[in-house]
Design a protein around this ligand. Sequence first.
Ligand SMILES: [Zn+2]
Length: 307
Amino acid sequence: MRYAYSQIDNTIHDRDCEALKAIRDKDFRMLADFDVKRPICKQCYRKAIIRSGIGDDTKHINAYVHLFDRLKATVADLKELIIENSARLSAIDIDRVVIKVHDDHWMICFVNNKPLLYHNNYSVLDNYQRLFNVGYHVQNGGGIHSFHNFTRMMLSYSWAEHVEVLKAKALASLQAKLRSRLEGIPNWLRVPRFSFFNTYFTVLDCNHQLGRYLRKNEVPFIAVDKTYEAGSPYRLVTCQIRRWQKSKFMAAVDALKEYTVIAGYHDYADRCEHLFQDLSEHEQISLQQSHASDACSFIPAVKLPTT
Ligand SMILES: [Zn+2]
């Protein structure tokens, strides 16, 4: 038995409550678990709630009560933590207690007479699951060191939200790497075709965005040739532009690079590197000639009619 009540008034008491002595045997009823639906005894409510969190560690109940008194824990915070969120208390000592909330273990520990909140150590696996390790780290969060604040931190902690932050950081770091790589790799090749007014470039387009960026940068162009790779978001487009539009054209193809970073085409840098850097000069010339003359593509390609 952990709790008891009188069937006259139904009020629930902790099993150590003095008020139980006044209940006649025939009205006395025992309970194993705290029952939130019953009226509560003001004298023992606090102890009754703490008892609900300690499982079989009943011989230390007074030590738990004493520690939460020292922490100036309110009944409202204890109730929210233990009754409403099923927190479990353990490892009580003169100046510390361990509190398990959902999947996480927390430890409140007095250091130099000041309470500190600690959180269990863990490693993050590749799939963003956590592997809990031995020990704790301080989780102060810069707030006031009160039990009320600790309760808020324990209850608001969400691993799922942490994972979102970690994923966003990983993506930002990948994008930064791709940007700096793409800075050093051209996504175009100049086509050696003689003209007084025009110049020609072969660009690795992605998801049909090249035209959009050329228009946005106010570069009049004619797509004289397009080569598609089956099932790929990429295609080679040879553009004819006016010679004096070259700097605007470069701004447009740079914007296309940034598009591939943001839109998640993370192999674009690899493709550009292969097409425009790794090929020998001889291969580049033959690429340009074959591409410019509509003969074939140097990659397995489906040639569509130029529109
Ligand atoms: Zn009572």
